[in-house]
Design a protein around this ligand. Structure first.
Ligand SMILES: [Zn+2]
Length: 221
């Protein structure tokens, strides 16, 4: 009986030892992943884990990575062919992107409908950018046009020879999309190039706002 007890005891200890090792491995993997994401930026995270390990990963994942977690797959990394895993990951990422795009379009529709929280059309989006009110810039990938930028204060406009803020001669750019994207990134806004009718029909550009910049409800496109 003593032997049995001892056997049971070491079995339990062994089990605990394995669990500790798994936990340790998961925590270190999550830390490496976070370090990597800070260098390269991660848009969609798809994690492959068995059901048992999944909870450990959920507990160890940095909040920033949790936010971009697109989904889980249960591929057996030891035996799955890389192609199979890639296909599964792609499927989850595509679904995640479609979902995210759907949410953005829904927010846009609601914001424009309520007359707050969103603007559309080049003129209003530029004004929102000038007021640093943009949370997410939504633009069709083929948005074209010219823009002017004040080299002194960064004011953005469609047509002007001098900046209305400080009178500096503006620089003219022939890539409106690039000017808008840079303006959005400068104010730490999100940028989503999106080919959806809801954006295309509104001058190919719209913005979800962080706050109401008081632009009025002039639907100028
Ligand atoms: Zn200026």
């Amino acid at each position: 009986m003593g032997r049995h007890d001892q056997g049971g005891f070491s079995q339990a200890r062994y089990q605990r030892h394995i669990e500790e090792q798994v936990k340790d491995h998961v925590q270190r993997s999550c830390q490496s992943l976070f370090d990597y994401s800070r260098e390269g930026g991660v848009e969609h995270l798809v994690v492959s884990a068995t059901e048992e390990v999944r909870r450990l990963v959920q507990d160890s994942l940095h909040p920033q990575l949790e936010r971009v977690l697109a989904g889980w797959i249960t591929a057996d990394i030891e035996s799955a062919r890389p192609g199979e895993v890639a296909a599964q990951v792609m499927e989850v990422a595509v679904r995640d992107r479609e979902q995210a795009d759907g949410d953005l379009i829904e927010q846009l529709g609601a914001g424009l409908g309520n007359g707050e929280g969103a603007v559309a059309g080049t003129q209003l989006v530029l004004e929102a950018l000038n007021r640093h009110a943009v949370g997410v810039l939504l633009a069709c990938p083929d948005l074209s046009g010219t823009a002017v930028v004040c080299p002194s204060c960064g004011w953005l406009g469609l047509e002007a020879t001098v900046c209305p803020i400080d009178g500096t001669s503006v620089d003219r750019y022939d890539d409106l999309l690039e000017v808008m994207v840079e303006g959005a990134l400068d104010q730490a806004a999100g940028v989503r190039l999106i080919d959806r009718e809801e954006v295309r029909s509104r001058g190919c550009v719209a913005a979800l706002l962080r706050f109401d910049p008081g632009l009025g409800a002039n639907p100028q496109v």
